[in-house]
Design a binder for this molecule. Structure first.
Ligand SMILES: *Cc1c(COP(=O)(O)O)cnc(C)c1O
Length: 391
């Protein structure tokens, strides 16, 4: 048997359309934020299917989350509740603004934020809550939005995994939250290399985010007196950031967005093959729509395929990953919970006992390759390797 090449954990799915669009942009003479970014924003709103939304392209989801909290006025003395079972970006933006992060545990099945834990963590200082649609399955948004409303909290959805995801039939991005932020990082469900999209219904938040994403430059003067103000004139109304998306990146996004549903269908098909192949192994396959506040017909974006080793599996998670690597299969872990990361652990004196569900999941979980570029042979290789290691 000839050795198969290493199967990476993730690969982007870039086609000729994206490449042609980038070349067109490069030849156009306009590289940074311009007509293609504007079109990407407009088409993103069309994709979400709601004319009441403002869509603002940014150069990362991290930037978008930062802008969202800044626009909501989060600052020193404020607390923002989020899940320990996430990437550090979700939480770090709170610290950029001098606010405090309050980490809570997750639902043991979906590994999305536990809404009861959110409610228990609310103090007079709590200003906002940030759910994460872990792996591409929606958090229990109905319950969370209800709790937020009851306690007067802002909601910022970290939707980095959630394009396209639905919650009770509605696309993430169109719910009743204050702001939703998508990521187009290289390994996400669609990619612009680096990039993100901020979505809000609130015109004032949108205006603040638009100003702060580019140096605090206000275009109001242009808008109001277009004919009178010379083209070189601008006003700085705040010490803003440099978070704008380039037209080069937007060129990728325009075509990735068109393929988003097809990409999702391919990932869902691969997940279904995995689920069927792993039924008799000592593993928990990922939760599916119908769990944790989602409905059976909901869309799972399938950004990640997370296997969890049952107690009866005598191998450690690390050994399983090592053996899969030895068979040429790239794996990962999502995530090393924040309560274990030195900064978060030490800054807030966190212990695993405070987060039993996240912690137990972490110790027994691994993520398998799941992306639209995988061939049927790639999928079969993963199936055979996992079966070989776990039986
Ligand atoms: C990838 C990711 C981010 C950050 O996205 P960037 O676009 O790389 O800034 C934030 N939160 C979660 C849950 C992510 O997976």
């Amino acid at each position: 048997m000839s050795a198969s090449p290493f199967l990476p954990f993730a690969l982007p799915d870039i086609g000729d359309d994206e490449i042609a669009e980038v070349i067109d942009t490069l030849k156009s003479g306009w590289l940074t934020t311009g007509p293609k970014t504007k079109r990407f924003e407009a088409e993103f709103r069309e994709f979400l299917g709601d004319q009441g939304l403002h869509c603002l392209a940014v150069n990362s989801a991290t930037a978008g989350l930062h802008l969202a909290l800044e626009a909501l006025g989060i600052g020193p003395g404020d607390e923002v509740i989020t899940t320990t079972h996430t990437f550090t970006a979700t939480a770090e933006v709170v610290r950029y603004l001098g606010g405090d992060v309050v980490l809570v545990d997750v639902d043991p099945t979906t590994l999305c934020i536990d809404v009861r834990a959110v409610e228990a963590a609310i103090t007079p200082r709590t200003k906002a809550v940030m759910p994460v649609h872990y792996a591409g399955l929606a958090a229990d948004m109905q319950a969370l939005l209800q709790v937020a409303k009851k306690h007067g909290l802002k909601v910022v959805e970290d939707a980095a995994h959630a394009l396209p995801t639905t919650s009770c039939g509605q696309l993430i991005g169109t719910l009743g939250s204050d702001v939703t932020v998508f990521s187009f990082y290289a390994n996400k469900t669609i990619t612009t290399g680096e990039g993100g999209m901020v979505v809000t219904r609130d015109a004032d938040l949108a205006k603040r985010i638009a100003v702060m994403r580019l140096h605090g430059i206000s275009r109001d003067a242009f808008d109001r007196f277009t004919s009178k103000v010379p083209s070189w004139y601008y006003e700085i109304v705040a010490p803003g950031f440099k978070y704008n998306l380039t037209d080069i990146a937007a060129s990728l996004g325009l075509h990735q967005l068109k393929k988003s549903h097809a990409f999702q269908q391919r990932r869902a098909a691969i997940a279904a093959i995995y689920n069927a192949a792993f039924t008799h192994l000592p593993v928990l396959t990922p939760p599916v729509p119908g769990c944790g506040g989602t409905q059976p017909g909901d869309t799972h974006a399938w950004h990640l395929y997370v296997l969890r080793l049952k107690d009866e599996c005598t191998l450690s998670r690390d050994t399983v990953i090592e053996r899969l690597f030895a068979l040429g299969i790239g794996c990962s872990v999502h995530y090393i919970p924040l309560h274990l990361q030195p900064y978060w652990r030490d800054h807030y004196q966190l212990t695993p006992e405070q987060f039993p569900h996240s912690h137990q999941a972490y110790e027994r979980m691994l993520s398998l390759p799941l992306y639209s570029k995988m061939s049927d042979e790639d999928v079969q290789r993963v199936v055979d390797a996992v079966r070989g290691v776990l039986t």
